[in-house]
Design a protein around this ligand. Structure first.
Ligand code: NAD
Length: 362
């Protein structure tokens, strides 16, 4: 699992708190099997130093950094350049900070562009209670898998006549089968017992009906995995009453967007929850669930946990499990210890102090 050749990965620091927390990801060192542990927590920690630390650590990530442009690239019709998209296609793996989407400016959302252009068809979000950080629930351990390319987010909205607008929800057999197959395979390969398909097929009979039909078909191929269908409103009620009822949840785009944030709330909020976008041809683009948090941007207050844990998901995808576990434990232990916590977790630490504590744990 270790290699001395750097693994190339795309890094989108993103907007707002993104660059601050991306810096944390670069600063968390990988354990060096030959020279003990190397920690680099200097804020001026440069790109080169990171490469050196990672290389010395026997697991080197060569970050290919891409920033959101200030002009629309006509080739992508978005502020993301063609080169940025190509970088992910080439590297097949990346880590992304939040990207701010200006409302009503008439160009494509950056996140939507990434999902569509890179065919990132599934968004996987693990949500589990962090040991040592008390919330209302102690026993959350679930995975939401969201269809990421269609549904209400197909971008097909128009005005019919003045005062009447229309939004078109697209559900295809292709995308539904793809995400259902991913969900069941995920359950099987991760030792999960149950998959719940979340829907509103009683009202949206054709669209959600097709989605469910695809889940039914895939479920038949996995008799060892328990399968159930839960109506979205009932699902919300059950989640807040007893989240332990759920294991893996698979759902269309809009429901997934909402339910996954609800689940983040169950375990302590947006600062903690990672995610990974899965695309065809083995592409994985990990990203924090939260947005650019303009209210705290530039104040060194952001919790980098969500992006760090997304980085851990990326390492697991690269089968660098040992390194992933080490970083994961360092984060968990820092939070559990309670000495250094950011404001969103009720603490007073800055991003830098919290990051340093994680490095010390490593
Ligand atoms: P947000 O997630 O940025 O912020 C919601 C609240 O959570 C804020 O109070 C913020 O301070 C807090 N928060 C978020 N991340 C945090 C962290 N790491 N540490 C501590 N506190 C944190 O949501 P928003 O305000 O609705 O959106 C702001 C911008 O981000 C918008 O432009 C939106 O389009 C964009 N956005 C991007 C993504 C993405 O790139 N995946 C996701 C959501 C929102």
């Amino acid at each position: 699992s270790s290699s001395t050749t750097p693994i190339k990965a795309t890094l989108f620091p993103g907007d707002g708190i993104g660059p601050e927390i991306a810096e944390s990801v670069k600063q968390v060192p990988f354990p060096n099997p030959h020279h003990g542990f190397v920690a680099k927590v200097d804020k001026v920690c440069s790109f080169m130093v990171v490469i050196q630390v990672f290389t010395a650590a026997d697991v080197a990530i060569d970050w290919d950094e891409h920033y959101v442009s200030t002009e629309v690239d006509p080739r992508t019709n978005s502020f993301l350049t063609w080169e940025s998209l190509q970088s992910v296609l080439d590297n097949k793996v990346g880590l992304k900070g939040p990207m701010a989407t200006p409302i009503g400016k008439g160009h494509r959302s950056l996140n939507l562009t990434l999902r569509k252009e890179l065919n990132l068809y599934a968004n996987v979000r693990p949500c589990y209670s962090l040991p040592g950080y008390k919330t209302r629930y102690d026993d959350v351990d679930l995975i939401t898998i969201r269809e990421n390319t269609e549904g209400e987010y197909s971008g097909l909205e128009h005005q019919v006549v003045k005062g009447v607008v229309e939004s078109i929800k697209i559900i295809t057999r292709k995308a539904s089968m793809r995400v259902a197959e991913y969900a069941f395979l995920y359950a099987k390969t991760h030792g999960r017992k149950k998959v719940s398909a979340i829907h509103k097929a009683n009202i949206m009979q054709k669209t959600d009906g097709l989605f469910l039909q695809c889940c039914d078909e895939v479920a038949e191929k996995y008799p060892e995995i328990e399968y159930e269908k839960v109506v979205i409103d009932n699902c919300c009620m059950m989640l807040v009453k007893n989240p332990a009822l759920f294991d893996v949840l698979v759902m269309p785009n809009l429901y997934g967007d909402i339910i996954s944030d609800l689940c983040a709330g169950l375990v302590g909020g947006l600062g903690l929850t990672p995610s990974c976008n899965i695309g065809e041809d083995g592409i994985a683009l990990a990203e924090a669930v939260h947005g650019s948090a303009p209210d705290i941007a530039g104040k060194n207050l952001a919790n980098p946990t969500a992006l760090l844990l997304s980085g851990v998901m990326m390492l697991r995808h690269l089968k660098l499990n040992k390194q992933a576990e080490q970083i994961h434990s360092a984060i968990i232990n820092t939070i559990a210890e309670g000495k250094y916590r950011t404001a969103d977790l009720g603490g007073t630490s800055t991003t830098t102090e919290f990051t340093k504590a994680i490095c010390d744990h490593l």
